[in-house]
Ligand binder design. Structure first.
Ligand code: ADE
Length: 226
């Protein structure tokens, strides 16, 4: 899989892909991640990518031209399954969407900054407008990193033990059950006996029950039938 991320602030995307699972996924060739600096596509000598909004009002708007040039360049090189725009007015990202996108070959993620992009960018290029939640952060970069991370970890082989992605919270529509490691007892708090019983049937049953109990307690909305 290939992910191209377009941003006016590339430095914000340096760390999220340079460590741990995301780094390993790239080193092992499961994913290629390219970060494109929008300023490189500005025709202006100040490398400007934003301008005042027509009609007045606070906040700058990302201009269409550098974005269009960058996306057209990428599209001339390969086919893209999706061109995502990170924006708080988009569809809320969730685990089923991450599963779907993990099967794509090539995707572009455009990070909004300032007040957002010229509306015509959405009309011209964007196939998916994605929000990470009902709150506003200072730019789409951190949101793009979240979306990319949630996709990449689902590519078969990225996680050493494929089971561990399958048993993530939300993967089966439930929260995960509690987990423990050594020591068996700490400050009077004990690991449940069943987990040390060696009885795999009993352990699976306990985990399934705990997942439902936890979901009912914390996220009853997830158990509601549509
Ligand atoms: N940019 C600013 N806030 C955002 C959000 N909640 N989701 C996606 N992109 C954003």
């Amino acid at each position: 899989m290939r992910i191209d991320i377009i941003t006016a602030v590339p430095a914000l995307l340096e760390s999220p892909f340079a460590h741990s699972i995301m780094k390993r996924a790239q080193d092992k060739g499961y994913v290629e991640i390219y970060v494109h600096n929008l300023h490189d596509y500005s025709k202006n000598k100040y490398r400007q990518v934003d301008d005042y909004q027509f009609g007045g009002g606070a906040g700058m708007v990302m201009m269409i031209e550098p974005i269009d040039k960058c996306i057209e360049q990428l599209k001339s090189e390969r086919h893209y399954d999706s061109v995502i725009y990170m924006t708080p007015d988009g569809q809320q990202w969730d685990q089923p969407m991450a599963n779907t996108f993990s099967m794509y070959e090539n995707i572009i993620i455009l990070c909004g900054h300032y007040k957002g992009v010229d509306e015509r960018v959405r009309e011209l290029h964007i196939t998916h407008e994605i929000s990470i939640g009902d709150y506003v952060i200072s730019g789409g970069e951190l949101a793009a990193a979240i979306v990319a991370d949630s996709i990449v970890r689902l590519i078969p082989g990225v996680l050493g033990d494929e089971q561990s992605a399958l048993s993530d919270s939300h993967q089966d529509g439930l929260l995960s059950p509690p987990i423990y490691t050594r020591p068996v007892e700490y400050k009077g708090l004990k690991v449940p006996d069943v987990l040390m019983s060696g009885n795999h049937g009993a352990i699976e049953k306990w985990r399934a029950e705990e997942a439902i109990r936890r979901t009912r307690e914390r996220r009853p909305d997830m158990l509601k039938e549509d």
